[in-house]
Design a protein around this ligand. Sequence first.
Ligand SMILES: [Mg+2]
Length: 229
Amino acid sequence: MKEIKVIAFDADDTLWVNEPLFQQVEHKFCDMLEDFLPHHSLSKELFTVEIQNLKHYGYGVKGYILSMIEAAIKISGRTLNIDAVERILELGKDMINAPVELIDGVEDVLKALQGKYRLVMATKGDLLDQERKLIKSGLADYFHHTEIVSEKNETEYTKLVKHLDIPPHQFLMIGNSLKSDVLPVLNIGGHAFHVPFHTTWEHEKVHHEIVHPKFRELSTITDVLQYTL
Ligand SMILES: [Mg+2]
């Protein structure tokens, strides 16, 4: 651990609550369309459209809104009325305007690490939405650098450590997603801590155990301090 110089934090469901907002909206979407299909089938249809659209729109609320509209058109057999489209747009704007709820312990951890490491926020999603959430979170001043990318993979992490001017083994990534925050970082030679959130988006799930000398599984963000102070 002594070699670590930069600690990067994922944002959604690591610094602040995110996935539950999507789940609440998905629930409202299903309520809206329950005359057509049972809830679990509606969720499945929406998920399929959402995944197909990732390559067009990327992650984040805006793509999600478009996917809800597209799925609703399909599910309703093209009978969807304008009121329903407006309702979906409203649901999306509510998500964008929702207050940012910090995860317990986050600010104490950043305070304790500040000055001892270079701190980075590294997230994917809509640029504008993530920038807005960072400002609303009140955490912006803790970070030396923030990185908002469209996909968190080995290529992007390699670019990030190069930009930070450090070798990968001096980089530690902390996040809730094994797929985006852990595996690609270990693969380029960095360290990674997994701090699971109580709920994970289906797309981010990894169904095997990770055993690696540069990997730690933690139960809360506060546990980060046991290894870094
Ligand atoms: Mg996350």
